[in-house]
Design a protein around this ligand. Structure first.
Ligand code: BGC
Length: 772
C-alpha cells in the first residue's frame, strides 16, 4: 500500500496525457508518446509486482450487472472488494456506478473498475440504427452521433462502449444487419473509423470521451444461412479483402479494444483462434489494446467441439489471446489450476492482465477512479431528465437516414392539409422507433411516427388513425419475440376487424400512410428470418388499403433489407425509415411533408426475394455472366426471376433530380505510387434544393484472380441548390487498385482499370486508365 501511494503520483506525473491509439509502427510514435508509454509500463510493472495470481485473474473477469435490485449485488460488491472483478457492464447510472467503484476502492490494491455498455447508436438520445446511420453516407453526421453518445455515456459514468459493430453482411436474413453498416467494405470501414473518433476524441480519458471496442472479430456477419451464431467458412482472400478491413480501420482510428466474435471461422471458434488474435491482430496489425470475449463465448467452445470442458476452454482462450472473459466463470474457475499444473504459462496471464490495466491507465482511472462521476453532489437527480438529451442532433441525423425508394407521380411530399389516414401497427409505436440495442433510451421520450405527424400538421390537416393489423399474428412468433422483452403487442380485435377499421379511415382520407414492417425485436440478435417479406398480417392490410383506390404511401420501419415486390408494384411511394431513434417521428414527418428533402442511399442491396441471397453489388463476373440485353439459357441466372436486385446498393431518390456529366480523368495512366484524379460535374436539375451522394467504383477487369464487377472506393455527399452544378473530384491511388492475390500478397497489378461514377451502384458513367 505504502509503496503504491509513493509510486503513484510520481508515475502519474511522468505519464502526463495517457497513451492510446495502439496500432502502427512504434518507431513512428513521437518521443513524447514514447515517454508516456514508458511511464505507463513502469506504472503497470510496479502494480503487477504487487498483485497476487488471484488478483490478476480477477482483472480478467467482466461481469454483467444490470440496474436495479440484483439478488447478487451484495456478493458482487464483496467480490469487487476482494479483487475478483476487473470490470462491469450494463450498470448505467452514476449512482449505481459510484457504489461499485467505492467497493473497488476498498480493495487491497484499489485497482479501479471500468464500466462498459452497449452504446450502439446512442446512450440516452437514440440515433438511427446502424443501417440508418450508414444510409446517411455523411461522415460528419456519423462522427457527431459518436460524440454525442460519448458525452451522454460519460455523463452516466461509463468508460467504454461495445461499438462500433463493423461486421460486413450480405445476408438480410441475419437479424444483426440492423446494428452494422451494410454490405460494403469501404463504407463500413469509413463509418467505423468515424465512430471511433467520435467516441474517443483525441483522448479517451478526456471529459466527454469513452473508449471504443470494435466488434465482432471476425466475420460474424457471414454466418451461414444468415442464422445467428452459425458457422463462417470463407476463403482467406475474401476474408482479407472484404471482411477484415473494417476492423483494421477502426483500430487505425484508435479503437482501444476488440470484441471477439462468437462464431467459428474456418472451423476454429474465434475465441480460441491464435492465428486471428495473435498473428493477424497483434503481429500483422500491431494492435496493443484489449481483447474481450463475447457473452459466454469461452464456455461455448465446449459446444463448438474444440474444448473438452471448462478448463480446456479457458486454456484455449487465454493461450489464443482472449484477455477478458465476459459473463462466464471460465477464467475465474480455471486459470489458477491451469497455471499450477503448468498447462498455461504465467506469461499468458500476465499479458492479459497488463492489457486490462493498460486500458484503465489510458482511461485515466488510476489518476481518478471517479473521473466521469466527480463528487456525489454531481449525480443528476433524474438520469432521464429531458435536459440530458440531444434532440436537435438526433432529428438532423435521422432525417438524413431516410431512403426514398419510390415516388410515383410526385405523391410525396404531402401537403399539410386535407385528411390523412395513418394506418399500421408501427405508426404509434415509440419502442420500435428506437430500434434494438437502444441503451438507456426511454420509450416515453421517443417521438412515434404518428406524434411526429401531429407535431408537423398542428390543426392544418385532419389525421385519422387505425392500427389495421398486428405486426404478426402467428402466436408462436409472438411468443418468441416477447420472450425476454415485450416486443410485439397483440391487442384486441380480430385481424378482419382491424383491417375494416383501417379501410374505413382510408375511405375518408385524401391519402393513406401505411406504417408497416418489422418490430425492433425482429431485427436483433437471435432474430434471423427465413423470409424477408413484410409479415402476412400487414401485407393483408396493404392489399385492403390498395383496394380503396386512395393514394398509398408505404412508410417502412425495419432493420434489414426486405423483399418488397408487391409493395413496389402497388404503392405510390415507398419510404425506408429503418428505426430512426428518439426523434424518429419528427424526422420522418420532415421528409413526408418536404421540410427536408430525402438524401439517404441504401448501404445494402434489396433483393427481390429471399432466394437471391447472397446478393451484393460487388460480386464476381463468373465465366457465364447473365446479360439482360441478350438473355441466354446457359448463363449464371435464375429462370424464375430476374438476376438483379429490386433496389441496388447506393440507391435512393430525392424530391429533386440530379444529372451527372461524363467522368473526366486527369490522365490515361497511373504510375506506381502515383494518382489519377477522376472528376464529374453533378447538377441539381430540379426545382428544390437537395443532397445526393456521388459514388466512385473501380474494376480491375483482367487480373491474376477474378476481381469484382465493381467496388466502391470513394464517395462524397453534396448539397446543391436548385439548378446548381458542382464539380466533384476524387483522387484514385494505387491502394484503391490493390487486392489480395491467390498467394495472399497484397498489391496492384498493372493493366487497365475501369472507373465508374454514379448516384447509385447500377446507373454509372464509365472511364478507364492503365496502371503502368
Ligand atoms: C453480443 C455483443 C454484446 C454483448 C454484451 C452479446 O450477446 O453479441 O454484441 O456487446 O452481448 O451485451
Amino acid at each position: 500500500m505504502k509503496k503504491l501511494r509513493l509510486t503513484l503520483p510520481l508515475l502519474i506525473a511522468l505519464a502526463g496525457a495517457p497513451a492510446f491509439g495502439q496500432t502502427g509502427n512504434p518507431s513512428s510514435n513521437p518521443p513524447s508518446m514514447m515517454r508516456e508509454q514508458a511511464a505507463r509500463e513502469a506504472y503497470i510493472d510496479d502494480l503487477m509486482r504487487r498483485m497476487t495470481v488471484d488478483e490478476k485473474i480477477g482483472q480478467l473477469r467482466l461481469v454483467s450487472l444490470p440496474a436495479g435490485a440484483h439478488p447478487d449485488r451484495a456478493k458482487f460488491a464483496a467480490d469487487i472488494r476482494a479483487g475478483k472483478v476487473g470490470a462491469i457492464f450494463n450498470t448505467v447510472t452514476p449512482q449505481d456506478i459510484r457504489v461499485l467503484q467505492d467497493a473497488a476502492m476498498q480493495g487491497r490494491l484499489k485497482i479501479p473498475l471500468f464500466f462498459a455498455y452497449d452504446v450502439i447508436h446512442g446512450q440516452r438520445t437514440i440515433f438511427p440504427i446502424g443501417l440508418g446511420l450508414a444510409s446517411t453516407w455523411n461522415m460528419d453526421a456519423i462522427r457527431r452521433t459518436g460524440r454525442v453518445s460519448a458525452i451522454e455515456a460519460s455523463a452516466d459514468g461509463l468508460d467504454l462502449t461495445w461499438s462500433p459493430m463493423v461486421d460486413i453482411s450480405r445476408d438480410p436474413r441475419w437479424g444483426r444487419n440492423s446494428e452494422g453498416f451494410g454490405e460494403d467494405t469501404t463504407l463500413t470501414s469509413r463509418i467505423g473509423a468515424e465512430l471511433v473518433k467520435g467516441y474517443q476524441g483525441d483522448d479517451p480519458a478526456a471529459p466527454g470521451s469513452i473508449m471504443a471496442v470494435v466488434k465482432h472479430f471476425a466475420a460474424y456477419g457471414a454466418v451461414e444461412g444468415g442464422r445467428d451464431y452459425n458457422t463462417v467458412d470463407m476463403s482467406p482472400q475474401r476474408l482479407f479483402q472484404d471482411y477484415l478491413p473494417p476492423y483494421k480501420a477502426a483500430l487505425d482510428a484508435g479503437a482501444a479494444g476488440v470484441m471477439i466474435a462468437l462464431n467459428s471461422l474456418n472451423g476454429v471458434p474465434a475465441t480460441g483462434d491464435k492465428w486471428l488474435l495473435q498473428d493477424v491482430l497483434r503481429k500483422q496489425w500491431g494492435f496493443k489494446g484489449i481483447t474481450i470475449s463475447d457473452h459466454g463465448a469461452i464456455m461455448e467452445m465446449i459446444k463448438h467441439g474444440v474444448a473438452a470442458d471448462g478448463r480446456d476452454a479457458a486454456r484455449l482462450a487465454i493461450s489464443a489471446g482472449a484477455d477478458m472473459s465476459m459473463s462466464d466463470s471460465m477464467y475465474g474457475d480455471n486459470l489458477k489450476p491451469l497455471l499450477e499444473s503448468g498447462r498455461i504459462a504465467m506469461a499468458d496471464l500476465d499479458r492479459a492482465t497488463r492489457d486490462v490495466l493498460r486500458v484503465k491507465y489510458d482511461l485515466g482511472l488510476f489518476r481518478d477512479p471517479y473521473r466521469h462521476l466527480g463528487p456525489p453532489a454531481n449525480d443528476p437527480p433524474d438520469v432521464n431528465a429531458e435536459s440530458r438529451l440531444h434532440r436537435g442532433a438526433a432529428r438532423e441525423v435521422a432525417r438524413e437516414s431516410l431512403v426514398l425508394l419510390k415516388n410515383q407521380g410526385g405523391v410525396l411530399p404531402l401537403r399539410k392539409q386535407g385528411t390523412i389516414a395513418v394506418v399500421g401497427p408501427l405508426a404509434k409505436s415509440q419502442r420500435d422507433m428506437m430500434g434494438n440495442w437502444s441503451a438507456a433510451g426511454r420509450t416515453e421520450q421517443t417521438v412515434s411516427l404518428y406524434q411526429g405527424l401531429v407535431n408537423a400538421v398542428g390543426d392544418r390537416a385532419r389525421l385519422l388513425y387505425a392500427k389495421g393489423a398486428n405486426v404478426v399474428d402467428d402466436p408462436e412468433i409472438v411468443k418468441y419475440l416477447n420472450l425476454y422483452e415485450e416486443d410485439v403487442d397483440v391487442g384486441p380485435g380480430t385481424p378482419a376487424q382491424l383491417i375494416d377499421e383501417a379501410v374505413a379511415a382510408a375511405r375518408q382520407a385524401d391519402v393513406v400512410l401505411a406504417v408497416v414492417g418489422e418490430s425492433q425485436g425482429m431485427a436483433h440478435e437471435a432474430s434471423s428470418r427465413t423470409d424477408i417479406v413484410i409479415p402476412e398480417s400487414q401485407v393483408k392490410l396493404l392489399h385492403a388499403l390498395k383496394a380503396t383506390g386512395k393514394p398509398l404511401v408505404v412508410v417502412l420501419m425495419n432493420g434489414r433489407p426486405l423483399a418488397l415486390g408487391w409493395e413496389n408494384d402497388n404503392a405510390d411511394a415507398l419510404l425506408e425509415t429503418w428505426f430512426a431513434g428518439t426523434e424518429g417521428g419528427n424526422a420522418v414527418a420532415d421528409v413526408l411533408f418536404g421540410d427536408y428533402n430525402p438524401s439517404g442511399k441504401l448501404p445494402m442491396t434489396f433483393p427481390r426475394s429471399v432466394g437471391q441471397i447472397p446478393i451484393y453489388y460487388s460480386h464476381l463476373n463468373t465465366g457465364r455472366p447473365f446479360d439482360p440485353l441478350h438473355p441466354d439459357k446457359y448463363t449464371s441466372r435464375y429462370f424464375d426471376a430476374p438476376n438483379g436486385p429490386l433496389f441496388p446498393f447506393g440507391y435512393g431518390l430525392s424530391y429533386t433530380t440530379f444529372a451527372l456529366s461524363d467522368v473526366d480523368l486527369s490522365g490515361p495512366a497511373m504510375t506506381r505510387g502515383g494518382t489519377v484524379q477522376a472528376s464529374v460535374t453533378v447538377t441539381n436539375t430540379g426545382d428544390r434544393d437537395g443532397a445526393t451522394v456521388v459514388q466512385l467504383y473501380i474494376q480491375d477487369p483482367v487480373a491474376s484472380v477474378s476481381r469484382p464487377v465493381k467496388e466502391l472506393k470513394h464517395f462524397q455527399k453534396v448539397m446543391l441548390k436548385a439548378g446548381e452544378s458542382r464539380k466533384v473530384a476524387f483522387t484514385i491511388d494505387e491502394d484503391d487498385l490493390a487486392f489480395y492475390n491467390a498467394q495472399l500478397h497484397y498489391g496492384a497489378e498493372p493493366g487497365l482499370f475501369k472507373v465508374y461514377v454514379g448516384l447509385d451502384s447500377q446507373d454509372v458513367k464509365q472511364a478507364s486508365f492503365t496502371l503502368k
